[in-house]
Ligand binder design. Structure first.
Ligand code: FAD
Length: 361
């Protein structure tokens, strides 16, 4: 089967890898639009403390559980580098009651999720700062050893490389969707038996001519990367102050702090003064030890925010041969590899797999 995947973010490349390794002839098309969410993502893979419930949480948890499997499949395809590490997730708060609530939630979920969650351990202030020395005094913690982080750009490139290993090709350019469905890039047709629309926040742009509108819109996220000179941050856990923001550490003394959630931003991928102020003041409140860090850059991504609460994955009604995957919002790096695999099976078998029925468009 010839499948054209429109969009080379994590949603598109995850499905492309899963399709190509099952023998489909895959073409990935990406326009290189400013604001790709994947390129800006923080990279936290740790769903168990989240307050969401129902099918959203189920997909979120399945996504985290699937990571070791997809990393194994990539290794088999000769792709070793993903910058995934289970360095743990550290929830922090001044109020022990808030941590107790979170602990009950995580432990209840750990019973279903199994070994992937790892150890769940309560930490006092000294132990918290022994793990992440830049944190404020007065913060206590809950450590989840199975929490992971991955570099979104490296993971995206790894999946694309894995897909290429199985014969996929990649085109740069803006795709347009024609009836059939057929795809054109730069006025040239690209042959397809099926088309997967994986263009993130831009999904509706391609569907507009057909009077189809999905429950998804762009939500800007600004995230700042800091360098803590001379400090090995590579093993720091991600830090979650039970609020809208977080901190995630990488090798090379780098820490990402953020992020804004700017609903209604449209396709405006700028760093703004207010966004920068919010990100830095949130970060310095929980981690005053970052005050002297070097500001490297601020990345901006347009999340595909699901306005109907759930991500969208499956065949588009009334448009035979057209499938869609979008609406991962703030957690697409976690959800996409699992969803891409399930979607690949659905496309090749001609029927939506049960795991995806709550998310059918
Ligand atoms: C600041 C920030 C932090 C985040 N942190 C996390 C995190 O810690 N953990 C987590 O799990 N998730 C995180 N996310 C969410 C995650 O990044 C997104 O949910 C995910 O990247 C969405 O992937 P996508 O492939 O759907 O969209 P995108 O990555 O935006 O990719 C869509 C692609 O489609 C292309 N495109 C659009 N139109 C066309 C066209 N006509 N033709 C060809 N190509 C086209 C674009 O160029 C783009 O490359 C974060 C997001 C942001 C912004």
């Amino acid at each position: 089967m010839r499948v054209v995947v429109i969009g080379g973010g994590i949603a598109g490349v995850s499905a492309a890898f899963a399709l190509a390794r099952r023998g489909a002839a895959v073409t990935v098309v990406d326009s290189g639009s400013a604001g790709q969410a994947t390129a800006a993502s923080a990279g936290i893979i740790s769903p168990w403390a989240s307050t969401v419930e129902g099918p959203f949480y189920d997909l979120y948890a399945a996504g985290a559980a699937y990571y070791p499997r997809v990393l194994g499949l990539l290794a088999e395809a000769g792709v070793a580098r993903t910058d995934y590490r289970r360095s743990g997730a550290l929830l922090v708060h001044e109020d022990p009651a808030r941590l107790a609530e979170a602990r009950a939630r995580v432990e209840a979920r750990a019973r279903d999720a199994g070994a992937i969650v790892g150890e769940v351990r309560r930490l006092g202030g000294d132990d918290v700062r022994a793990l992440v020395p830049v944190l404020a005094p007065g913060l206590e913690g809950l450590f989840i050893s199975g929490g992971a982080r991955v570099d979104g750009r490296t993971m995206r490139d790894a999946l694309l490389q894995g897909a290429a290993h199985h014969g996929a090709r990649c085109l740069t350019g803006r795709a347009t969707l024609l009836p059939g469905p057929r795809v054109e890039v730069g006025g040239e047709p690209v042959a397809a038996d099926a088309v997967l629309l994986a263009s993130g926040a831009w999904a509706n742009e391609l569907l507009e001519p057909y009077g189809v509108r999905l429950a998804v819109e762009p939500q800007r996220g600004q995230i700042t990367h800091l360098r803590v000179e001379g400090v090995d941050t590579g093993r720091w856990p991600s830090v979650h102050p039970l609020s809208h923001h977080y901190m995630v550490a990488f090798d090379d003394s780098r820490v990402a702090v953020g992020a804004t959630r700017e609903t209604g931003s449209g396709f405006d991928a700028r760093v703004t003064a207010a966004g920068q102020r919010q990100v830095l003041s949130d970060a310095l409140r929980i981690a005053p030890g970052l005050a002297d860090a070097t500001l490297i850059e601020t990345r901006v991504g347009l999340r595909p925010l699901p306005t109907g609460q759930l991500p969208i994955a499956g065949p588009v009604p009334g448009m035979a041969g057209l499938h869609v995957v979008t609406g991962f919002g703030a957690v697409g790096l976690t959800m996409a590899p699992f969803t891409g695999d399930a979607l690949a099976r659905s496309i090749l078998d001609g029927r939506l797999v049960p795991e995806l029925t709550p998310f059918a468009p």
